[in-house]
Structure formats: C-alpha cells, structure tokens
Design a protein around this ligand. Structure first.
Ligand SMILES: Nc1nc2c(c(=O)[nH]1)N[C@H]1C(S)=C(S)[C@@H](COP(=O)(O)O)O[C@H]1N2
Ligand SMILES: [Mo]
Length: 333
C-alpha cells in the first residue's frame, strides 16, 4: 500500500538522500545506549551481530514522495537493546546520533519505538548494508518517513524531553513523520501581513517562505532564486519568466501554473507537482527531479511540455518510470 501522494521509485533503484558517507571512525565501530538508563551499554559491531537477529520486509517512504516497497533488512530489534539498558521511568524519547559529518541526529518517542519495532540494521537483501545507505549499521523505522531512519548509528540517548534532530530543527521537517497522515513539513512562521507584502513585492530572493500559500496569484517575472519554497502552493499562478534558479521547491504544488519561460536551473523540485502546468520554454537543467510529478497517475492531467522545455537527459532517471516516459515522449527524444 502506498501512503497518500507517494509514488514508486524505479524498480531496483534506491536513491541516496542526505549525507552520503559516514565521518571517519576508529575501529571497531561501536553503538552505545546511554542517557536515562539504569545500565548504559556499548556494543562493538561484532557483539551486536552475535545477538539474535531478525529479517524484516519494510516499506521505505521518503518525504520527497518516492517509496520503495518490500525492502528486506536484517539486524537486531532495537527494543531488545533497549531492554538490556533498562530505560529509567522518566525516559520518554530516544535521540539517535550518527557518526557523520554533521553528527546528524533524529528522535522518536519511546512509545512510537515500542509500536513500530525498529531495527538496528546491518544488512539489506542478504548483503552487508552499503556505506552510502548507512552501513555498517543504521536505524530502520517502519511506518515513518525515512528521515527517522538514521544512517551510521553511533549512539542512542534516552531523554525525558524531546531533542529535535537535524531535519526537524533545521529544515522544518514535521517531527511526527507519519506518511499516512502526510506529516511532511511545518510551515515557516510568517504573519499574514508579511506574506501579503512579500507576494506584492514579487521578490522572494533567498527568503524562507516554506508552505507559502500563493494560489492563483499573478507572479509573472517573480524573482525567487535561492528561495526556500518547500511545500509552497502555487496552483494556478501566473509564473511566466519566474526565476527559481537554485530554489528549493521540493513538494511544492504547481498544478495548472503558467511557467512559460520560467528558470528552474539547479532548483530542487523533488516531489513537486507540475500536473497541468504550462512548461513550454521552462528550463529544468541541473534541477533534481526525484519524485517529481508531471502527469497524474490516471493520466488525466499532464503538464504541457514540448521540445522547447529544457531537461537534462541523465536527470530523467530520477523520475518514476511513468513520469520519465511521459517527459521523453513530450520533448520528443
Ligand atoms: N546520518 C544521516 N542519516 C540520515 C540522513 C542524513 O542526512 N544523515 N538523511 C535521512 C533522510 S532525509 C532519508 S530519506 C534517508 C535516506 O536514506 P538512503 O540514503 O539510504 O536512501 O536517510 C535518513 N537518515
Ligand atoms: Mo528523506
């Protein structure tokens, strides 16, 4: 089953999202659990691998709208490790911390962990987990967007109060992360007046305007290069000649927008929806297209794309197969 507004990644394809490599570590790799626990513990990878392991089929749902179903991961149930350290009664959250360039972290309530039964995983499809996918050891949390599944697990801290992780604190990802309720992003804190003023100025350059509601506006010639417009709503807008170069438009809604001659070079349009938009003369070169939608699932509503729309041919591989097929046919390559 696919959660709302997700699409299947190309078969056999597993995109790398976020950090791509762990930080240097001294052998052996260890995983520690501490904080509010009666018996904090630390295991080497070899010790972890001695514990009873399980193999589990898990569906990956990335917040940028691609899903990959039935992925077989092997590892140790995280709850077994938590039992060993004996969490204190005040412990209500777990923060996962990575051995990674930015000491990446994410967190979950212990109640969610008990319900969802995450894995401390070492293998994928019977093979050791690849380093760019979080090997030698990562967290796999079923039933949440994949940003709760930390790569390169080094430490779990048990806490009385939640401590927001990197994406949740720095990038406005929803801390709930439930794909069935589409808990993707939080809105930027922008007052009504500020939103009205910025819309009237038609200058969004470099601004944080996440989840902005711009439906139906005339924004022809908009300057929005480098703007943070994740989850923004541009349905039905006039965006002719708009400059979105290097903007973040991930999961933005652009259905039925007029984007003729718009500049989207280097933009992040992962998970954005362009169904019914006019994209003649629009320039998507260097844009990241993971999970981008140009034609609806039922084929009823499609973007207007022709030979004047610019796409990088190699980037089209990031699109789900029906999307890539539509684009190739529309630009006539
Ligand atoms: N250490 C670390 N873990 C991370 C991230 C990251 O940037 N650093 N990104 C998260 C996000 S947003 C996703 S979708 C998944 C991506 O995992 P993958 O690259 O194996 O597909 O890892 C999650 N775990
Ligand atoms: Mo993600």
């Amino acid at each position: 089953m696919l959660p709302p507004n997700q699409q299947l990644a190309a078969p056999g394809k597993w995109p790398i999202v976020g950090e791509r490599q762990p930080a240097a570590w001294s052998e052996p790799w260890t995983v520690a659990i501490g904080g509010l626990a009666a018996r904090p513990a630390i295991w080497t990878l070899a010790e972890l691998q001695q514990l009873p392991q399980v193999s589990q089929e898990i569906d990956i749902h990335c917040v940028t709208r691609w899903s990959k179903l039935g992925c077989r991961f092997g590892g140790v149930p995280m709850l077994d490790l938590l039992d060993q350290v004996q969490p204190a009664r005040e412990a209500r959250f777990a923060s996962f911390i990575a051995q990674s360039p930015r000491q990446h972290s994410t967190s979950l309530p212990l109640d969610d962990l008990r319900r969802l039964q995450p894995l401390v995983a070492f293998s994928y499809g019977e093979q050791p987990l690849a380093s760019d996918h979080g090997g030698p050891v990562r967290v796999i949390v079923p039933g949440k967007y994949f940003y709760k599944s930390l790569k390169w697990l080094a430490r779990i801290e048990l806490l009385a109060e939640d401590r927001l992780g990197y994406w949740e604190a720095e990038a406005g990802y929803h801390n709930g992360a439930d794909p069935w309720r589409e808990e993707r992003y939080l809105a930027a804190t922008l007052s009504r007046n500020e939103a009205a003023a910025v819309l009237a100025s038609r200058d969004f350059t470099g601004r944080d305007l996440r989840s902005l509601d711009a439906r139906g506006r005339d924004l022809a010639g908009l300057r929005a290069s480098g703007a943070l417009l994740r989850d923004a709503d541009f349905r039905g807008c006039n965006l002719q000649r708009a400059d979105f170069s290097n903007a973040n438009l991930s999961n933005a809604r652009l259905q039925q927008a007029d984007l003729r001659e718009a500049m989207l070079r280097g933009a992040d349009v992962e998970g954005a929806d362009f169904c019914g938009a006019d994209l003649r003369g629009a320039d998507f070169r260097g844009a990241s297209l993971l999970g981008t939608t140009f034609i609806s699932d039922d084929g009823q509503l499609a973007a207007l794309v022709d030979a004047s729309t610019h796409f990088d041919l190699d980037r089209q591989d990031d699109l789900a197969p029906p999307q890539a097929q539509f684009i190739r046919a529309a630009i006539g390559s």
